[in-house]
Ligand binder design. Structure first.
Ligand code: FYN
Ligand code: ADP
Length: 573
């Protein structure tokens, strides 16, 4: 590639302005996939010092951008080609929005004049209109002099208030537009304070404190919003100063170490059913929390008719979305939590011993039961004996980032593998989406440099498996463990007609490890906990891309894991 340096000194173009605007705002990495009309943008961005992480399918590039957004608090950027590439990125953009992760999907698009008259352009699609209902905000830039504004608006929309996905449409013609270089530079905007703190009102803080003080059986519920907020010290102070038991949602695990004495994770049913005042910190009362009502919340026992909720959230419209919120505390989590802790300084009584004792009793029982199950060494490796290894590896390597998807693989890992540090667990989140595995793993390795351990169901892995090539290409320290039980949920279903295999069954005895060796990584097949452990130790020591095919008992696993109740087919059985 050659550049005309004389011309570049006087004029600039759309390509350069996009790159300069991103760099000006501290963006250092782009996840994407090259093609018409953005191929040259990827080359020029790389030449300008941006890290270009290119994938094999846009959905995984989008998932990587979303995870980067969650981990760093800066919008992750995904760059795709027009129509089909854009659509491939859209699932990730929508998932990011659903999960409140900041990301920007930048897509090239075809000629507006032709698209709008529906005259059949190359990859014709009204991308802006399609993206709009699926993300937090969507913008299109038509003129080079507006690129600075377009990128500034996209950044602000992604990270301010409730974070989410933003779509930025850049038609092909824009990239080649030229303008005076000095005017171009002056048109760029360095966004000042993109995610401003939002202080809670003093009366709202007092209302929340009064309610919390009145509780006999208080509970703190930490969600992934609390992890995203990077207010770790304030959250620890809230939990420890108040003495209130807490329950982490899955991506909030590790915000405080899971072996913290105040964790009520192993007494989940008890605390949800019996708490009389619940403080939600960056957690929504959606399906994962049974919408704040019903059996999970003890309503069949009539035990807690007067239960009250306090909800800390940056979004003022989150309160009352499912049940009444007696004390909404609107603001950023760091400011809200700090205000509560400050309010406790003037006298605070820790929860009564009977509540703490009741939780401890159930917790001890569940922990002992789990310890006994994990101590078993069944002749064929199962979820528990394999996860005992993973549990110990994570304990010894708390900085490692755990990526987790599947059904049983997800549910067992969540309850068996303790996390010790904030933002070290990435999983299927609010939607229970499959396919985040390799995209999240790439972003975790790229943004942190830490070792990544992806615990994947064999079905879940299939959605993004081709990205092991991406992992090898960038030589990322990612160790993928595929829990291979020959099928979705398990591998034993039989088609009564005896024709094709049953819908949930895969090729038996598949060697997922060979996928990694195809691209120069390390592949190992492990049938025992000892083999699994040895392979992970080797992967962590070498930091080589590694895929371990962990052969699991094909009869192990239940339909839909712990959420069988959501599955009408399973209900009938
Ligand atoms: C938890 N538990 C433990 C521990 N941790 N026991 C012992 N030791 C430890 N460390 C107990 C806990 O008290 C519960 O028992 C039980 O284990 C399950 O805990 P979990 O996993 O936290 O809670 P549960 O009930 O599964 O939570 C509901 C949920 C969760 C909806 C939040 O299932 C979830 O996050 N699901 C996501 C599912 C998903 O997205 N799947 C992808 C699609 S799969 P009790 O207290 O006795 O109840 C498509 O098929
Ligand atoms: P979980 O699934 O772990 O329960 P959710 O995704 O349901 O978590 O909830 C996260 C919540 O956190 C969202 O309602 C979001 O608005 C909120 N949130 C995200 N970031 C912040 C922040 N910095 N300050 C306050 N609230 C936040």
């Amino acid at each position: 590639m050659t550049t005309d340096l004389t011309a570049a000194a006087e004029t600039t173009d759309g390509f350069s302005l996009v790159i300069d605007a991103l760099k000006l705002n501290g963006i250092d990495t782009i996840y994407g996939l090259p093609g018409i009309p953005i191929t040259d943008l990827t080359r020029k961005a790389q030449a300008a010092g941006l890290r270009m992480i290119m994938f094999r399918h846009e959905q995984h590039a989008g998932n990587a951008a979303a995870a980067a957004g969650f981990l760093t608090g800066k919008p992750g950027i995904c760059l795709t080609v027009s129509a089909p590439g854009f659509l491939n990125g859209l699932t990730a953009l929508t998932n990011a929005t659903t999960n409140c992760f900041p990301m920007i999907l930048i897509s090239g698009s075809s000629e507006r004049e032709i698209v709008d008259l529906q005259q059949g352009d190359y990859e014709e699609m009204d991308q802006l209109a399609i993206a709009k209902p699926l993300c937090k905000a969507a913008f299109r830039v038509l003129h080079a002099q507006d690129i600075g504004v377009g990128i500034a608006r996209a950044i602000r929309a992604a990270v301010s208030g409730r974070p989410g996905g933003v779509y930025l449409d850049l038609p092909a013609k824009l990239f080649a537009q030229t303008m005076d270089a000095a005017a171009g530079k002056a048109s760029l905007i360095e966004v000042v304070d993109p995610a401003p703190r939002q202080l809670p009102a003093a009366d709202a803080v007092q209302r929340a404190l009064d309610l919390l003080k009145s509780a006999k059986r208080p509970l703190i519920l930490l969600g992934k919003g609390a992890a995203y907020a990077q207010a770790d010290a304030a959250i620890q102070a809230l939990v420890e100063t108040s003495g209130i038991p807490y329950l982490p949602m899955s991506m909030a695990k590790g915000l405080l170490p899971d072996n913290h004495p105040q964790s009520a994770a192993a007494a989940r049913s008890l605390v949800l059913a019996q708490a009389d005042v619940v403080l939600l910190v960056g957690a929504r009362l959606n399906w994962l929390l049974s919408h704040g009502k019903g059996k999970t919340w003890g309503q069949d026992q009539g035990a807690v008719a007067g239960r009250k909720f306090i909800q800390i959230d940056i979004s003022p419209t989150e309160a009352d979305s499912n049940v009444a919120i007696a004390a909404p505390l609107v603001g950023d989590i760091g400011s809200c939590v700090s205000a509560l802790v400050a309010g406790m300084a003037s006298g605070w009584a820790k929860p009564q011993a009977d509540w703490i004792g009741a939780i401890a009793a159930v917790k001890d029982k569940n922990l002992s039961k789990m310890a006994a199950t994990l101590a078993l060494d069944p002749p064929v490796m199962n979820f528990h004996s394999a996860l005992r290894v993973i549990r110990d590896v994570v304990k010894a390597n708390p900085e490692a980032i755990l990526v987790n998807e599947g059904a049983n693989t997800l549910d067992f890992t969540r309850s068996i593998v303790d996390m010790y540090l904030p933002r070290k667990r990435l999983d299927v989140g609010t939607w229970g989406i499959m396919g985040i595995g390799m995209g999240f793993s790439v972003a975790a390795a790229v943004t942190t440099g830490n070792q990544v351990l992806a615990i994947e169901g064999d079905s879940a892995f299939g959605f993004s498996g081709m990205e092991v090539e991406t992992i090898c290409r960038y030589k990322l320290p990612v160790c993928v463990v595929v829990f291979n039980n020959n099928g979705v949920y398990k591998g034993t279903d039989v088609n009564p007609l005896g024709t094709d295999v049953a819908p949930t069954v895969f090729v038996k005895g598949a060697r997922y490890d060979l996928l990694m060796t195809a691209f120069g990584g390390v592949g190992v097949s492990a049938s025992t906990p000892a083999e699994l452990d040895a392979a992970i130790q080797q992967a962590f020591a070498s930091r080589q891309p590694t895929l371990i095919n962990a052969v699991i008992d094909e009869t192990a696993g239940t339909e839909s894991g712990r959420i069988t109740s959501l599955n009408p087919q399973a209900k009938k059985k």
